[in-house]
Ligand binder design. Structure first.
Ligand code: SF4
Length: 220
């Protein structure tokens, strides 16, 4: 890692703490799993947001293990009603584990969500929120975060989810065809996954949100 990149990570962590979110740095996915384990108690009720990062790091396997009461919303054969029930139960969970679409050097988390169960649980409900994030998601500021979602997060997610959106075909948000796109602009079909745009800034509940930065390229 270059000195400049290390300085970016340190600045990001300092500003997360200033914004009353605890920050951790892990060199590897294995270290990140150990950090998540350290933040949980055996028997905790744990839920998670849909996340490639959690799968890549092994955190998903950890939280869905027999050590915890995992609220599983992806069991084969679940009805939509059952999935919705898991979303509602998540508000009572001990911990919600997720990634983020971007983290700024100013110590903000930026997330864009379609169904919005993920951003809802980040904002309120679970006693503890654990965010696992590859260093590839660090951006300078919110403008870069907005652009990151439109170019690096939403397009591959629509491909992964097999959704018919302009960005699933072109690799970037349709809004970027304008010279000065607004944050919330985009496509207008039913498949749109960009519905709620959420910035987590300084928190009222000190250290409810914990951010684990992992020195790997993870997720979208
Ligand atoms: S608004 Fe539509 S085109 Fe733009 S990134 Fe989101 S899903 Fe893709």
């Amino acid at each position: 890692m270059t000195d400049a990149f290390q300085a970016r990570i340190e600045k990001t962590m300092q500003n997360l703490r200033r914004n009353r979110m605890e920050a951790y740095f892990c060199e590897t996915s294995a270290e990140a799993c150990a950090q998540v384990r350290a933040l949980l108690q055996k028997g905790d009720v744990v839920s998670c947001g849909g996340s490639v990062t959690l799968r890549q790091t092994g955190v998903y396997d950890l939280i869905s293990s027999a050590d915890y009461n995992f609220l599983d919303r992806s069991r084969p054969g679940m009805t939509r009603e059952e999935v919705e029930e898991v979303y509602r139960k998540t508000f009572m969970a001990d911990a919600f584990v997720t990634s983020t679409n971007a983290v700024t050097e100013n110590g903000e988390l930026y997330n864009v969500d379609g169904n919005s169960n993920r951003v809802a649980a980040i904002l309120y409900g679970p006693k503890s929120v654990i965010v696992v994030c590859g260093v590839n998601k660090i951006v300078a500021n919110l403008d870069e975060a907005v652009r990151r979602v439109k170019t690096k997060a939403a397009p591959p997610n629509t491909v992964r989810l097999n959704l018919e959106t302009p960005c699933s075909k072109t690799g970037e948000c349709v809004s970027l065809r304008k010279e000065q796109p607004e944050m919330c602009e985009g496509c207008h079909g039913d498949a749109r996954i960009c519905c709620n745009y959420v910035v987590c800034a300084q928190q009222r509940h000190v250290n409810r949100i914990k951010v684990i930065l992992v020195n790997e390229e993870l997720g979208y």
